[in-house]
Design a protein around this ligand. Structure first.
Ligand code: BDR
Ligand code: CA
Length: 314
């Protein structure tokens, strides 16, 4: 069984992704690390603990992540208008009983990579700050981690915060550039793929009719996510399944196809957070800022009906 650690900022699609992972027999979720993004880090931790209580999986450790960006900036842009002020659809759930472990996310990631060299997949569903900090803590981390499957970027399509940038990358572009060029085995799942994986009103009705515990819970919190999509995109009556698609890319990589090349992240200016893919053909000559960097895999197509079916099932 593939061991996975989920780095997350719950988040409505994060919640869905977490439930899909916990219901996927192909993987063994050995821990969670939390990060700001959809909400501040302390709330991401609370929400992760809460979701594990809902799932009856309080046996899985949760390590709290960084409260600030990799460059220590405290100027964070949380997405409460997408996920609700509480990150989980404004449902005012009671606080969780459990607590995070006494270890930072970065130190937990390093510890697990050392305990199981080459065997742990990190699925990153939020900004890449904790993983950048793990690399800073242990420069050998990229070789010791099995794979990093991340939701981030928009390859040759517009972003979702502004035309240039996708939310997770824009929340910490310095961390993203460091992680993506670190030499780790990386799979990037971007908006070019996740905008094809759509859950419709009809799918939500099907969930509502199911008596599955996760389905019932998700129907409640999805309300806010649907309203945001309704107001913000031209496509009505549907939501994008970013994080569930990314989890499933780790569970069954054959659901997507990939290309390989160098990815750099713009860290300043109006295109801050832009992800640029270079297929490493020699046509640009000696562009060393690009050609010296290790390549990563970038998702280019997705079997959207198969992903949706698995999400509904699990
Ligand atoms: C990403 O940003 C967050 O809103 C979602 O949870 C997802 O991880 C999409 O850009
Ligand atoms: Ca997320």
């Amino acid at each position: 069984k593939k061991k996975i650690i989920i780095d997350t900022d719950p988040g409505i699609d994060d919640a869905m992704a977490i439930f899909v992972a916990l219901n996927s027999p192909e993987v063994d979720v050995i821990g969670f690390t939390t990060i700001f993004g959809n909400v501040y880090t302390t709330l991401a931790t609370r929400n992760t603990l809460h979701l594990l209580e809902v799932a009856g999986r309080t046996d899985i450790p949760v390590a709290e992540g960084s409260l600030v960006t990799f460059t220590k900036s405290t100027k964070l842009h949380v997405a409460d208008f997408v996920h609700g002020a509480d990150g989980l659809g404004n449902q005012n759930f009671p606080p969780p009983k459990g607590k995070a472990i006494e270890q930072s996310a970065a130190s937990f990631l390093v510890e697990q990579a050392n305990l199981h060299p080459g065997e742990v997949t990190v699925v990153a569903l939020g900004p890449l700050t904790n993983i950048a900090l793990a690399i800073e803590l242990d420069p050998g981390f990229p070789e010791k981690i099995g794979q990093i499957v991340l939701l981030g970027g928009a390859f040759a399509v517009n972003g979702n915060v502004n035309p240039a940038a996708e939310a997770n990358i824009l929340s910490d572009p310095d961390a993203a550039d460091l992680v993506i060029t670190s030499g780790a085995d990386i799979v990037a799942v971007g908006l070019n793929v996740t905008h094809q994986v759509i859950m419709t009103d009809a799918d939500r009705d099907k969930l509502a009719q199911s008596n599955g515990k996760f389905a019932q819970y998700l129907c409640k919190i999805l309300e806010v996510y649907y309203s945001y999509h309704q107001e913000s995109y031209r496509t009505k009556g549907c939501v994008y399944l970013h994080d569930p698609t990314t989890i499933l890319a780790a569970v069954d990589p054959s659901l997507l196809t990939y290309t390989e090349g160098v990815v750099r992240v713009q860290t300043n200016g109006i295109t801050r957070g832009l992800t640029i893919f270079y297929n490493t053909m020699k046509r640009f000559g000696e562009v060393t800022e690009w050609s010296d960097k290790p390549t990563v895999k970038v998702a280019v197509t997705v079997d959207a009906p198969a992903v949706l079916e698995l999400v509904m099932e699990r």
